[in-house]
Design a protein around this ligand. Structure first.
Ligand code: NAP
Length: 155
């Protein structure tokens, strides 16, 4: 199964200058809780922009650059082939961005972990294809700076 995890502002903003537009400690804790010891998938730009390397997760990085070989992670060079191969697996693969990877993966995702950030931020990267009407809310938690929701794709 393919799912995604994202933090998104009211204008669907997700990134600024290669990083997150915000620093929300409790949101990062939720990301950690959801992804620990799981398979996570992210684009090269997002992976290279991580302030700290993510420990205790099975990371796949998507890149078109066949000479790109970061240590300790798997690299896949064809995202769509990867998604088609794993969409019916029992094992969950969590797409963790960024914008180009979310956009191409969106229709394959059956589940989502979304933090709806309450404030508007200056952004240069959005997740425009995300539409809340495609989803049923299965869990909701109110936090001071964001509402965390788990979503299941409508049948
Ligand atoms: N708010 C959140 O939850 C969240 C989460 C993650 C990331 N972000 C933010 O999103 C921004 C980065 O997003 P981005 O869109 O610039 O980069 P990205 O999606 O992280 O990575 C794009 C990389 O993947 C490659 N790629 C794209 N499609 C591919 C495919 N089909 N097969 C193989 N390789 C492919 C691209 O190559 P080409 O360049 O040649 O196309 C590029 O190297 C950052 O600001 C980051 O902080 C936010």
């Amino acid at each position: 199964m393919i799912s995604f995890s994202v933090a998104i502002d009211p204008n669907k903003g997700i990134g600024y200058k290669g990083a997150l537009p915000w620093h929300l400690k409790d949101e990062l804790q939720i990301f950690k809780r959801n992804t620990l010891y799981k398979n996570i998938v992210m684009g090269q730009t997002t992976y290279d922009g991580l302030p700290n390397k993510l420990k205790d997760r099975y990371i796949t990085v998507i890149s078109i650059d066949h000479s790109y070989r970061p240590l300790d992670v798997k690299v896949e060079y064809d995202l769509i082939e990867f998604l088609k191969k794993h969409e019916d697996d029992e094992t969950e693969y969590i797409i963790c961005g960024g914008a180009s990877i979310y956009r191409q993966s969106y229709s394959y995702c059956k589940k989502a972990y979304v933090s709806f950030v309450k404030k508007e931020y200056e952004v240069d990267t959005r997740f425009d294809s995300f539409d809340i009407n495609d989803w049923e809310i299965t869990l909701e938690e109110d936090h001071p700076d964001f509402i965390y929701r788990e979503l299941s794709r409508k049948k």
